[in-house]
Design a protein around this ligand. Structure first.
Ligand code: LAG
Ligand code: CA
Length: 459
């Protein structure tokens, strides 16, 4: 199969991580479609180890490829895909295909298994452990392997998870069979989990067996000087751009005026057309290198910037709120309960500033950044061609100023906040940008401010 292009005119992906299928379906219909999101990423749909709801990470330990999981069953999954499609939202599934579960014996779907033995699917000969392709005697990936050995990063076990021998014909066929089953249910593409731990040759072979032309974006975490690099995977699909969120954290805690040249020229970043960007994901929000909902207004503002900037395919993250890094989402007997925004769930994607900026992003597609100005380190403003203009203030006090907007004279609604902006005959606007806030306008956009919707964002 040819490499699929990133999604078309509505390309923003909501990452509804750990949401159950019924809730994703409801969200597509009621919020994602109406707001202009073009896709939704859903959690791993295959059966997995269960730890009875205590942890979130059991779903990254596949027990088989049937579709009863902590998020619902196959018919709920299929109904979700139909609901999202009816709302104009494509569905991308988190594909855990590098490994199988490395522990336990009980799954959500009621399968019984042991390490290296998953009845009816894989037996010991299907794992690197038995082929002795890993260079470490304990069969684990060690920290030092990342800079030294692509072989070990790809053939040893990631945190002790049973590493599939993806060079093998049977394994490639079984993985492709699973992904094709999802495609048969209407899935439009995949976030490939732990792609760094499977060689591009093996993944390329597997992708070549897929029906249709799914959109594929791969998790290859960039590390300076490492043996496995994201650029080794951009010939077979897109990549999740990990440097993007690292830099945004640095600049939103420093000077956002540094962002003037932000993009491919920055260390470790991939070409815009091959990158899926995110301010946070489920791993980075539990680490220290990226912003998360716990950063409050700076996190929201970084997401506003992401949707305005001309780089990559933006993904907006939304998981559940937490204090224990390992704790699972609200559940009953391990099965995830319906998501309730403002009560255990983050729901940044519903924030009016964010939905307004999804509309902005869609409206300015294909235009370059112009009319840059940065009156101080905390305030930036720029246009996207002559289609949209935004001012962002990361400071703790409001900022008043006059800016070139590139837009025709008129009165525009502020899609990133409230009120209106008047552009004069010379294309200039005099605005007050609120502290930790933004003012954004779109050519041809309504001149009537949108009704104020209750803010559901949880800070
Ligand atoms: C990923 N990308 O490469 C996911 O984004 C990441 O969240 C996954 O790790 C990882 N790959 C495997 O799919 C998560 C947790 C780990 C957890 C793992 C498997 O961050 O902590 O490991 O999922 O469930 C857990 C225990 C380990 C144990 C391991 C195997 O935390 O201590 O060794 O299970 O039993
Ligand atoms: Ca591997």
């Amino acid at each position: 199969t040819a490499q699929a292009a990133p999604p078309g005119d509505r390309d923003v992906i909501a990452n509804l991580w750990s949401w159950n299928w019924n809730s994703v379906a409801r969200e597509c219909t009621d919020h994602l479609g109406p707001a202009g999101y073009g896709g939704v990423q859903v959690s791993p749909p295959q059966d997995s180890l269960t730890r009875g709801g205590a942890v979130w990470w059991d779903v990254y330990q596949p027990a088989g490829y049937t579709l009863t999981s902590k998020f619902g069953n196959e018919s709920q999954f299929a109904a979700m895909v139909r609901a999202c499609h009816a709302a104009g939202v494509r569905v991308y599934a988190d594909a855990v295909i590098n490994h199988m579960t490395g522990q336990g014996s009980t799954s959500y779907g009621g399968a019984s298994f042991g390490k290296y033995t998953y009845p009816g699917l894989y037996s010991p000969a299907d794992f690197h452990y038995y082929s002795e392709d890993c260079g470490n005697t304990d069969n684990l990936i060690h920290d030092g392997d990342y800079t030294g050995s692509a072989r070990n990063v790809q053939n040893c076990e990631l945190v002790g998870l049973s590493d599939l021998e993806t060079e093998e014909e049977y394994v490639r066929g079984a993985i492709a069979g699973y992904l094709n089953k999802l495609i048969g249910l209407g899935v439009d593409g995949f976030r490939v989990d732990a792609a760094k731990h499977t060689s591009p040759a093996d993944l390329g072979n597997i992708y070549g067996r897929l029906s249709g032309s799914p959109y594929i974006y791969q998790e290859v975490i960039y590390g300076s000087g490492e043996a496995v690099q994201p650029g080794q995977y951009t010939g077979i699909g897109d990549v999740l751009e990990f440097q993007y969120g690292r830099y945004l954290r640095e600049k939103f805690y420093g000077n956002i005026s540094d962002l003037r040249t932000f993009g491919e020229s920055w260390g470790g970043m991939q070409p815009s057309g091959r990158s899926v960007t995110f301010v946070a994901n489920h791993d980075t929000e539990r680490g220290t290198g990226a912003l998360s909902y716990k950063d409050g207004a700076a996190y929201r503002l970084a997401t506003v910037f992401q949707l305005a900037w001309n780089y990559g395919t933006p993904q907006v993250y939304d998981g559940f709120t937490w204090s224990d890094r390992e704790a699972g989402p609200p559940h009953t007997n391990g099965f995830v309960r319906d998501a309730v925004c403002g009560s255990g769930w983050e729901c940044l994607h519903r924030d009016p500033a964010i939905t307004g900026m999804v509309g902005f992003h869609n409206a300015v597609r294909g235009t370059a950044v112009a009319n840059w100005s940065a009156p101080n380190g905390n305030v930036i403003a720029f246009s996207r061609g002559t289609r949209g203009w935004i001012a962002i203030n990361n400071g703790t006090g409001s900022h008043a100023g006059t800016f070139p907007t590139g837009l025709p004279a008129g009165t525009y609604a502020n899609v990133a906040g409230s009120g209106t902006v008047t552009v004069n005959g010379g294309g200039q606007a005099t605005v007050t940008v609120p502290a930790k806030g933004a003012v954004a306008i779109v050519a041809g956009g309504t001149t009537t401010p949108p009704a104020q919707v209750p803010v559901t964002f949880n800070v």
